[in-house]
Design a protein around this ligand. Structure first.
Ligand SMILES: Nc1nc2c(c(=O)[nH]1)N[C@H]1C(S)=C(S)[C@@H](COP(=O)(O)O)O[C@H]1N2
Ligand SMILES: [Mo]
Length: 318
């Protein structure tokens, strides 16, 4: 059991002795001050991206890694290389453009085929048990990061909403405000950003709604105040700044599938054996590393999620 938990990247709080976890919390605090890049460098982790010089931080604290041993990306990397078309198609411009985005007050409406529809204030969503999950994020553009999220299992929220027997899918919608999100004025795209999961995928324990990273509240550029994270699927499924969650009977339309259906399938499970029309998906570049690494089927989470797709032909879609 223990081994399984470790394998799926379950929060460090569940697999490390309290004392070590407390020192990790300490690390998170320190990291927030000296920047995680500097801290990881001080811990002997080689970081090739720009970052401050190694600091005088203590070297005894454990380095955050995913369950495969990959070190977490620095907070600088995670917050300055972002896909968020509502702000910009330029990954480097998202951080400055999203700086003043207003995330309070915020509420998320849950409706559709549920017995308990409800509008949740973000404060109420933060009352669900918040856990740490260190997950790989693999973008369909063939780059990846390791991100230490905090968040809660989407399944917990769905259980409270009580899906009706007819509910088969979950549809997610991003906030819409052209004044704050200049990209939403670009008529090339079918705003608002929408995504979807099959209900069993949404109920899977690896699927979380993230509310923070590196122990901080979620930065605006990463989808504040609340975004989806589905670690075995390409990054575009992990929709940011969610305002609406709707249970449906039919497979919902999604933003990228709408833009280019041949390129972005609904399932979008990470699969090194199925290339997208314009790109091989066999390898990826971890941000901060120079050489490419092989991409893993289901992004390395196959033991946990492959059973969701029993009987489905995984060669035709990705
Ligand atoms: N609303 C919204 N959600 C989004 C996107 C977006 O443009 N708008 N981009 C997606 C893509 S393509 C990726 S790879 C991830 C990137 O998350 P990150 O910037 O936090 O690393 O967010 C996803 N969620
Ligand atoms: Mo992406």
């Amino acid at each position: 059991m223990e081994r399984n938990l470790r394998h799926v990247g379950v929060p460090s709080s569940e697999i490390t002795p309290e004392a070590v976890f407390l020192s990790r919390r300490q690390f998170l605090k320190v990291a927030g001050v000296v920047s995680a890049t500097a801290f990881l460098a001080a811990c002997g982790v080689k970081i090739t991206a720009a970052g401050g010089p190694p600091s005088r931080a203590p070297t005894t604290t454990p380095v955050l890694t995913d369950e495969l041993g990959g070190p977490a990306n620095s907070i600088d990397q995670i917050t300055h290389y972002n896909n968020y078309y509502e702000f910009s198609t330029n990954k480097l411009a998202v951080a400055p453009l999203s700086k003043t985005f207003k995330t309070s007050p915020w509420s998320v409406e849950i409706g559709g085929l549920v017995h308990n529809p409800k509008a949740y204030a973000i404060e109420d969503l933060l009352k669900f048990e918040q856990k740490e999950r260190i997950y790989r994020l693999r973008c369909v553009e063939a780059w990846s990061m390791v991100i230490p999220w905090t968040g809660f299992e989407l399944g917990e929220l769905l259980k409270e909403a009580e899906p009706m027997a007819s509910a088969k899918y979950v549809h997610f919608v991003t906030f819409m405000d052209r004044k704050q999100m200049p990209g939403e004025g670009d008529s090339l795209y079918p705003w608002p950003y929408r995504e979807g999961l099959r209900l069993d995928e949404a109920m899977h324990r690896l699927t979380i709604l993230a509310t923070g990273l590196y122990g901080h509240a979620l930065p605006n550029q990463d989808g504040a105040p609340i975004r989806l994270v589905v670690p075995w699927k390409y990054g575009f499924k992990s929709i940011k700044a969610i305002v609406k969650i709707e249970l449906t009977e039919k497979q919902p339309e999604t933003f990228w599938n709408d833009v280019a259906p041949r390129e972005y399938g609904f399932y979008a499970n990470v699969n090194p054996n199925v290339n997208t029309p314009h790109r091989s998906q066999a390898y990826e570049r971890r941000i901060g590393e120079l050489s490419r690494r092989p991409t893993l089927i289901f992004n390395g989470y196959g033991d946990e999620v492959a059973a969701l797709y029993n009987g489905m032909d995984l060669s035709g879609f990705y």
